[in-house]
Write a protein that binds this ligand. Structure first.
Ligand SMILES: [Zn+2]
Ligand SMILES: [Zn+2]
Length: 75
C-alpha cells in the first residue's frame, strides 16, 4: 500500500471572519444607531419623545446582515 501522497489539507479556511461584525454576528442597529430608541417627535412639553426602536426592539444591536448572524462569511 503506497504512502499517502502530498495531499495537503491545510488550505485556507473556507469561511472568513465577517468584516462587518468581526465575528460577533451582531452589528449596531442601523435604525437607532445603537441607542435602542428612536425619536418620535416631541411630547406636549416640547421635549424629545423617544420610543423603543422597532428595528432592534431596544437591544441596540441586530443580527449582522452580512453574515446572517453567523459571524463568518464564505471565503
Ligand atoms: Zn435599533
Ligand atoms: Zn457579520
Amino acid at each position: 500500500m503506497p504512502p499517502p501522497g502530498p495531499h495537503k489539507t491545510d488550505a485556507p479556511d473556507v469561511k472568513r471572519r465577517c468584516h462587518r461584525c468581526h465575528g460577533s454576528g451582531r452589528a449596531p442597529c442601523q435604525i437607532c444607531n445603537g441607542s435602542g430608541q428612536v425619536r418620535k417627535g416631541n411630547d406636549r412639553q416640547g421635549r424629545p419623545h423617544f420610543e423603543r426602536c422597532e428595528g432592534c426592539f431596544g437591544l441596540k444591536t441586530t443580527r449582522c446582515r452580512v453574515c446572517s448572524g453567523e459571524g463568518f462569511v464564505p471565503g
